[in-house]
Design a protein around this ligand. Structure first.
Ligand code: NIG
Ligand code: FE
Length: 424
């Protein structure tokens, strides 16, 4: 199929964009893209491609921007229950880490998740993924982490594999058994850390190689933070994971700077995420590494906090910056990368072009898939969006409504907007 006549076709060609190179969109005016067998064959101008492929079935994108599908590289999209009550408490002044220390927060979602069946977890997560897809996310990372015991963490993994299988959206799965200290180990964080290292990670490796041998090993992530896993415990878990062959991620500097970002760099992690309170030394280390700095602007927004990821410092240090939603029931129940883009422009000082690159090619690199997705280039997966906007700068400028008209996933077209009302 040939998609043609796009007012702007954004290719994002050329690989991940480091530092001040961020925002290179590779715009083709009156652009076109030819796809076959789930892949992109060629991109060019509509005049070129229409004359080279005159008999190809076509889709007219007049007046629209065509771009790669969003890649959301940090979500906690699978959980049981909700925390609307805590949102109300937080807006009345309660603090996130105090609620967690009092047995609420992540732990209250853990209680609801442990009692949910796999069918219920899948049923609760499916509509979230469908909303993500409708808002233009064609690949999302998805973490476990609301089980905090071997059996429930495994149930979450199985549910995520089933959701990856059934839904048009692709998932990149992450094991986050180290999301919080399990309630049973409230007074023995080191005991829980040892359980993750000595029982959960070896079990996960064996299970994955038996049940999903065709898939690459999942990422292993740790919430490195005061009142979660300290720097030494984070190092212990990630070092063990690395020795078992898992690729790594980390939650670092969401509330306090305890050194998680430099740990991620030392261990060659694919990404370090949050990075709100990151020190200048940690920023410099990220800038010299291939560890992607993933900013989650929906999280301070969701918590009504004033500090956001210092994107300008990260870009000056030459880091690879990406954006994600952090979709989760506690700090950021948001499923739209368009909203993350809008916030990043206002609170991190990104231009729309920078935010778009951070949400496509760079976010693909944060899940180590930038060789397959994140740009419109020959040979890549045909994951793209037709947006009902004439100019890419409408992304970021406009927010709160969905600008996606059609999502194309592996070459299949899914329509999102209805365009008119029908009455009975
Ligand atoms: O990324 N920081 C830890 N994890 C999530 C929050 C999870 C929750 O509150 O349920 C985050 O913000
Ligand atoms: Fe998170």
């Amino acid at each position: 199929m040939l998609i043609h006549s796009a007012s702007q076709l954004l290719t994002l060609a050329g690989g991940p964009q480091r530092g001040r190179d961020l925002g290179t969109l590779g715009i083709i005016e009156k652009g076109a893209v030819l796809m076959r067998d789930e892949k992109i064959v060629v991109v060019g101008t509509s005049a070129e491609l229409k004359s080279a492929y005159p008999d190809e079935p076509s889709l007219d994108a007049t007046g629209c921007v065509v771009m790669p599908g969003f890649v959301d590289p940090h979500t906690h999209v699978i959980w049981g229950g909700d925390r609307a009550n805590e949102f109300a408490m937080k807006m009345a002044g309660a603090k996130y880490l105090d609620i967690l220390a009092a047995g609420g927060g992540i732990i209250s979602t853990v209680r609801a998740t442990r009692t949910a069946s796999i069918e219920s977890l899948i049923a609760q997560t499916r509509p979230r993924l469908l909303r993500m897809f409708a808002h233009g996310t064609t690949t999302a990372e998805a973490k476990t982490g609301y089980g905090l015991q071997t059996a429930t963490e495994l149930r979450l993994l199985k549910a995520l594999l089933a959701l990856d299988d059934e839904s048009p959206l692709d998932l990149a799965i992450t094991f986050l058994g180290a999301h919080a200290i399990a309630p049973e180990f409230k007074d023995d964080p080191q005991g829980y850390t040892d359980l993750v290292c000595d029982t959960m990670l070896p079990m996960l490796k064996g299970w994955w190689e038996t049940h999903a041998p065709e898939l690459a090993l999942p990422f292993v992530d740790v919430f490195c933070e005061n009142r979660a896993f300290d720097l030494e415990q984070s190092r212990q878990i990630l070092t063990r994971a690395r020795s078992l062959g898992f690729p790594l991620k980390i939650h670092a500097d969401e509330f306090d700077n305890i050194g998680g970002a430099s740990l991620a760099v030392d261990l060659g992690a694919a990404s370090a995420d949050h990075l709100v309170k990151t020190s200048d030394a940690d920023i410099a280390a990220l800038g010299k590494s291939d560890t992607v700095a993933v900013a989650l602007p929906c999280t301070p927004f969701g918590l009504a906090e004033k500090d956001y990821t210092p994107a300008q410092k990260l870009l000056d240090a030459n880091a690879i910056l990406a954006l994600a939603t952090d979709c989760n029931p506690g700090t950021s129940w948001n499923e739209s990368m368009q909203f993350a883009i809008a916030l990043s422009c206002r609170y991190m000082g990104l231009t729309p072009a920078q935010a778009i690159a951070a949400s496509t090619i760079n976010s693909a690199h944060a899940i180590r898939r930038s060789d397959r997705i994140g740009s419109l280039e020959a040979g890549k997966q045909a994951d793209l969006l037709i947006l009902s906007i004439p100019d890419y700068r409408h992304l970021g400028y406009r927010y709160g409504t969905n600008l996606v008209k059609q999502v194309i996933k592996r070459g299949r077209v899914y329509s999102v907007d209805v365009g008119y009302y029908r009455t009975a």
